[in-house]
Design a protein around this ligand. Structure first.
Ligand code: NIG
Ligand code: FE
Length: 411
């Protein structure tokens, strides 16, 4: 409202807002014409059509967007960007025909990265992770989820979570840290997965309080059973963590139903999700996070049921799954592009998936993800002729301004 404008701290004028707000009719939630966006503190105070803007507003600092498109800040709701070591040699093996699961059975894969990550100090891990987080931010990510899961001891998992926190202190990024101690059974607990789950429950959950917002699991034949995941979910919720799962990535294990039963934030991957699973996600309002980077890089053929998720009105989010083994890509724009080309999402669904729905997948739906008065003033200005161009064309970066908590930021 205009009255909110009068008390604003600063204002962006002449922008074309792709609000992604479902309350605003039309593609991309984009109203016609040029608009002004007023900021008060860290919050969007108002969106006003330019033709009703009162010139008295020009007393406060004015940024002229020059007719550019504006979107909410991008949210990458699933990453494993803290790690040491390289898995390029494993990629060579995969290209020569050895499967991801076979490499894992031989002690490689996730455990390969665990060895390198355990050997690295906290400062070394931070130095490795900062450029990766920065690469995401340069393309417009303003909020990122970062998982542990390559430590698998109490000390090494906490080390990873502290690195995640420090990334948020050093870069203009809102970091949502996740404890993924149940990523794979560590060598010390080989053949004793239940004992390792007990260790997570009794020792890691209490220690991770205040360092992680959520607890994640890898519910898969090569990792943890659905029953083991549920046991961890129950304990995690009792400690106040949100929960989520890597589910139905390589096989149908019904992990998504387990995470939905426990009211989880999201179920992620979902290549093998069936109708029963889709219905469970819908009933629990759990977000379906699709990760096209790992689908592409593992050369999977079974696609997640995007059409069924759409028809069932399950919110679909997209993320990079940035990790050294299955998705070594620090580009959420690439993930959006892949989701359109490979999974059949529209560019509008892709943008919604990397903003509003991704924010929902991090429990931040009320604060982030749309250009809506009252939400945090995290937004982006793009030099594009149409919002689909943000998703369509890669290799150049059309982002011209990145505003976080109401301030222009440079990364
Ligand atoms: O999301 N699926 C399990 N976890 C990761 C892969 C991690 C890795 O291979 O290092 C994923 O694909
Ligand atoms: Fe993952």
């Amino acid at each position: 409202m205009l009255s909110d404008c009068a008390t604003a701290d600063c204002i962006w004028i002449n922008l074309r807002p792709a609000t992604l707000d479902p309350a605003i009719a039309g593609p991309y939630g984009a109203p016609d014409g040029l608009w002004a966006l007023a900021v008060k503190g860290e919050t969007i105070a108002a969106l006003i059509p330019m033709d009703v803007l009162d010139s008295s507003i020009l007393e406060i600092p004015v940024h002229d967007a020059g007719g550019r498109w504006a979107t909410p800040g991008l949210v990458d709701c699933h990453t494993h960007l803290v790690f040491a070591g390289s898995r390029a040699a494993e990629w060579e093996m995969r290209l020569a025909g050895v499967s991801y699961s076979e490499i894992a059975r031989r002690g490689g894969g996730i455990l390969n990265t665990v060895r390198a990550t355990r050997a690295a100090s906290e400062d070394e891990l931070l130095a490795l992770a900062l450029p990766r987080a920065k690469a995401l931010a340069v393309e417009g990510v303003t909020c990122v989820e970062i998982k542990s899961g390559y430590g698998l001891t109490l000390a090494d998992e906490l080390k990873m979570l502290r690195v995640a926190r420090r990334i948020g202190e050093q870069l203009p990024l809102d970091v949502s840290p996740t404890l993924l101690a149940a990523h794979v059974v560590p060598p010390e607990f080989s053949g004793r997965a239940d004992d390792y789950i007990d260790h997570i429950i009794h020792d890691m959950l209490p220690a991770a309080k205040g360092l992680a917002e959520a607890v994640d699991v890898f519910c898969e034949g090569i990792a943890f059973s659905t029953a083991q995941c549920e046991r961890l979910f129950t304990a995690a919720k009792a400690h106040g963590f949100a929960i989520k799962a890597h589910a139905e990535q390589l096989t149908l294990q019904r992990g998504s139903e387990a995470v939905a039963r426990h009211g989880g934030w999201s179920a992620d991957h979902l290549e093998f999700l069936d109708e029963q699973g889709v219905n469970a996600l819908r009933a629990a309002s759990t977000v379906a996070v699709l990760l096209p980077g790992s689908f592409y890089f593992l050369r999977e053929t079974q696609k997640p049921p995007a059409a069924l998720l759409r028809a069932s009105c399950v919110p679909m989010a997209l993320a990079t799954d940035f990790n050294p083994g299955t998705s070594p890509f620090a580009s959420l724009r690439l993930a959006m592009n892949q989701a359109c080309v490979m999974f059949g999402l529209s560019p509008e669904e892709a943008l919604r998936g990397a903003t509003a729905h991704a924010a929902q997948a991090l429990g931040r739906g009320a604060q982030l993800g749309t250009l809506t008065p009252g939400k945090r003033a995290d937004f982006l200005l793009w030099d594009v002729a149409h919002p689909a161009e943000i998703v369509c064309s890669l290799g150049t970066n059309p982002l011209v301004e990145r505003v976080v908590r109401g301030k222009v930021t440079h990364v």
